[in-house]
Design a protein around this ligand. Structure first.
Ligand code: FRU
Length: 527
């Protein structure tokens, strides 16, 4: 094992080579070169956040392995100026007039971002003539200036029906998502506002996309619009979080279907989500979020760099039984292990399954031994996933549970374990990310135990209720997807003594034959 400051760097999650990273920015897919571009809030020379910030840049062929490039967008050298979050669009038809015929339409890249100064936030524009590796700022910036220090995080989309660019931008402390419209990306007109959901202290990083409905009804719509909204602080579980609304968008106004706000991810570390521009609409939205929480982001114990992004997730909508009486639309998120491009051309795929453990139809009692021990002879990659479908017999009584245990390797005679526990009577999960690391022992905001309610995926009067969970652990982050992505929970954790995850087991202390593991696959993954 390489015991150095790199030990807990996630392998399949985007991290900056060095320095600080927060929000994903300007995500776009290059259809010509078949490359996924991600920019992000980046400070290469410090590991805490600060206002004089750049857009860092990484690319990937398969959304799993990320290559780091030089930072792509920098503020002018003026006191306190920083390039805050924003978006990239492909200006294929050269509506902006920045491009000439020599540049492939697929490489006509325009970035819109917030210029943050000590006294103002304005929306600015920059374009790229080299496929997104460097940007030239528009000489007539800003494109939006409403004389405020609190308007930021533009996300732009092309609205086909009205043939207009639409920008969402947060009027953060007025709790408004503003909608602006433009035909050339330079001149913008305010067309509507949206307010809703949990307010907290301020709104940040709005987003909007149209999603296909997986199980559309014959007499219902086959797609719907989803508005994404980040708030910080003020999340019901503390700090920063993301919420979403389902509704319609006519090119001017977003009209939610109901008055509800829905939680995008039930973990502590999922913020400032953004979707990639330029994916195919029928594929749903593919996007990533910053895997941290502003409550403790400046303190987490990584040395050379701070923070990772989440895995890229595919988003669709599905009608879901949320309780016995209500079936309604929910955002469904699944990790993108295979893109359309890697399916068509497997040489684009960067990762492999190193080891696999399979099990079927096994009753779990205190006697049953279930789990992977891949690593007796060598060190683990520190990246493991599990895919479990299980059924709980109808007579489950209070206090019965089983745990999915994620164990570190043994260092100096001890190991650490984080747990994902299913409580049969309350049909609730709890996630226990307790470790012995000093940071976790000291920082009260780093809640170590979280829970979430989970309706069964299907039910049978005799057999009982069936549930599904997929989880992936990558060095210091655990992403959980329940019922094929209907609920997710993303959490970071920090083992002490340079430990990394090394095996997964499932155990219960009950002798009652309540839990049946219908199918289980545990894998060790490597680049
Ligand atoms: C959200 C955020 C954005 C801002 C950026 C600054 O995490 O506060 O609103 O643009 O981070 O780095």
């Amino acid at each position: 094992l390489k015991v150095d400051e790199e030990y807990n760097r996630p392998q399949f999650h985007l991290t900056p080579e060095k320095g600080w990273m927060n929000d994903p920015n300007g995500l776009w897919y290059d259809r010509k070169d078949k490359i996924w571009h991600a920019y992000y809030q980046h400070l290469p020379n410090q590991t805490t956040h600060g206002p004089v910030i750049n857009w860092g840049h990484s690319t990937s062929k398969d959304l799993m392995k990320w290559d780091v490039h030089d930072d792509a967008l920098f503020p002018d050298n003026k006191t306190g100026h920083g390039i805050f979050s924003g978006a990239v669009v492909i200006d294929r038809n050269n509506t902006s007039g920045f491009f000439n015929d020599s540049l492939d339409p697929e490489h006509r890249i325009v970035a819109l971002y917030t210029l943050n100064t000590p006294t103002s936030e304005t929306q600015e524009l920059a374009y790229s003539l080299d496929g997104g590796y460097s940007f030239i700022k528009y000489d007539k910036n800003p494109v939006i200036d409403v004389d405020t220090p609190q308007q930021r995080d533009p996300k732009v989309l092309w609205h086909e029906e009205t043939q207009k660019w639409v920008m969402l931008v947060a009027k953060t402390q007025e709790y408004k998502v503003e909608f602006w419209s433009s035909s050339n990306l330079k001149e913008w007109e305010l067309i509507s506002n949206f307010t809703g959901g949990v307010l907290g202290f301020q709104y940040e990083c709005p987003g909007l996309f149209k999603l296909p409905i997986e199980n559309a009804k014959e007499d219902g719509p086959d797609s719907k619009w989803v508005l994404i909204l980040a708030i910080n602080p003020g999340s019901p579980i503390g700090g920063s979080f993301n919420q979403y609304f389902i509704g319609d968008f006519d090119g001017k106004t977003f009209t939610p279907d109901d008055h509800a706000t829905r939680i995008q991810d039930f973990g502590k570390d999922y913020y400032a989500f953004q979707a990639f521009d330029n994916t195919e609409p029928e594929d749903g939205a593919i996007g990533i979020a910053w895997a941290s929480n502003w409550q403790y982001a400046n303190l987490v114990p990584t040395k050379k760099w701070r923070h990772s992004q989440s895995l890229a997730r595919k988003h669709t909508l599905r009608y879901v039984d949320v309780n016995p009486e209500t079936n309604q639309l929910a955002l469904v998120q699944t990790p993108v292990f295979e893109t359309k491009e890697t399916k068509a051309d497997p040489s684009l795929k960067s990762w492999d399954v190193i080891n696999e453990y399979d099990l079927e139809d096994t009753v779990l009692t205190s006697e049953t031994l279930v789990g992977s021990d891949f690593n007796s002879e060598r060190n683990s990659s520190g990246v493991l996933d599990f895919n479990l479908t299980f059924t709980v017999a109808p007579n489950a009584t209070y206090g019965l549970n089983f745990g999915i245990n994620i164990d570190s390797q043994i260092v100096e005679g001890t190991k650490e374990t984080i747990q994902v526990v299913f409580d049969a009577q309350q049909t609730t999960w709890f996630i226990d990310r307790t470790t012995q690391h000093n940071f976790q022992r000291k920082i009260p905001y780093f809640q170590e135990r979280l829970s979430l309610y989970h309706q069964f995926a299907s039910s049978d009067a005799e057999k009982g209720n069936t549930y599904h969970v997929y989880g992936i652990v990558d060095r210091n982050i655990l992403e959980l997807y329940f019922n094929n992505g209907e609920i997710t929970s993303t959490n970071t954790f920090f083992f002490s003594q340079n430990k990394i995850p090394s095996s997964i087991s499932i155990a219960t202390d009950t002798d009652e034959e309540i839990f049946t593991l219908d199918s289980l696959v545990i894998r060790e993954l490597g680049l």
